[in-house]
Design a protein around this ligand. Sequence first.
Ligand code: SF4
Length: 438
Amino acid sequence: MGKYLINTYGCQMNIHESEKVAGILQDYGFEETTEVNDADVIVFNTCCIREGAETKIFSNIGAVKPLKKKNKNLIVAVLGCMTQQKKTAENLKKKFPWIDIIIGTFNSDEFEKYFKKSFEEKQKSFEVFDKEFDIVENTKFFRTSGDNAWVNITYGCNNFCTYCIVPYVRGRERSRRSENIIKECENLVKEGYKQITLLGQNVNSYGNDREDEISFPMLCKKICQIEGDFRLKFMTSHPKDFSSELIDVIASEEKMSKVVHLPCQSGSNKILKLMNRSYTRENYLQRIEELKSKIPYVSLTSDFIVGFPYEEEEDFEQTKDLVEKVQYNSIFAFMYSKRSGTVAEKMENQVDLQVKRRRVNELLALQKEITAKKNEKLVGFVFDCLLQEKKDKKIMVSESGLSISLESYDGIEFSKYYKVAVTSVKGNKISGKIEKRK
Ligand code: SF4
């Protein structure tokens, strides 16, 4: 039939949405290619979280124009967060009138409808709706994340953090029906997936938009009851909704991953307030203490935004202090960058780029020290690991992302969980041995 190429920008949510688009294209008989010159369908699944992303995407789309001349049947589609912004979508259409499909996030669930119009009727589509569609179920996916399967549980967000564009381009929070989520997870376990990651902008508020729906901890509990050897993870969590009930479920359910990613963003109450995060450093630290006390081997990770408007040296010191106190396993730290259409974009007292750069490097260096010290203490710990191939070499990877080398991989199979005990740590090299086969 032909070949397709999907360019995905941004987060896991987009990766999963591209799996949906791939499923539709494969249903039409198209095969995946990584070679742009061979493609008969080119999709750009866009992101607008960071300023600068747009320029890059525009230039990548522009580069496809000569291929349109060579292949008269080539279909080019652009969808996602960037095209949900009407002004950007109009601009894109004006600049590249040869694009066949431009749709926003509110109608990307209906990609098939627009693709059909273009493929069978040779008609162009330009539709960016203001209102979210109802959730579409029974979608076919072409999954691309190895042993892991992503499962959407909510769409959109109600939080309006002042730096974030998501609520404007993905709409208000809508939860899928728990019976549909559980059914999807049952099928994934039957198909042999070893890890399921529940996806939402704020998974912890799952079900709040439906009076008759179960809570997020209850949903996790029900999924853990599915028979089979798998681990359950979720992303992303908002600390304000991270409940004791959820901590209890993580602690008590064997299948719940013991890696908790809890984005903090800043250690300063002044900055958290300006970010509209709805929690204080004290509430956050309390949650962390509860996690540590109920789950002895919990792995903690987080996100931080450094150099948010009005961030002074003492605010940054508070962030460093919080990182020291928590002793994360790893963190992601980003320099704040303005995002048009957000509240923070208009804030005065933007922090100088040099200062932001210095602070982000300082924070990452601090975490590097903490990680190294924590790694030294790993000897004796036992982790659930899956065998993976990295740069043509076999390695055991724990659910927290630790790479552990074994002396021999004889008899070790892919897609099976093994308990691996850490035997030594030398610099970056962590060695281990199989403790017990699961
Ligand atoms: S919780 Fe905040 S940062 Fe996350 S998607 Fe919603 S508004 Fe954006």
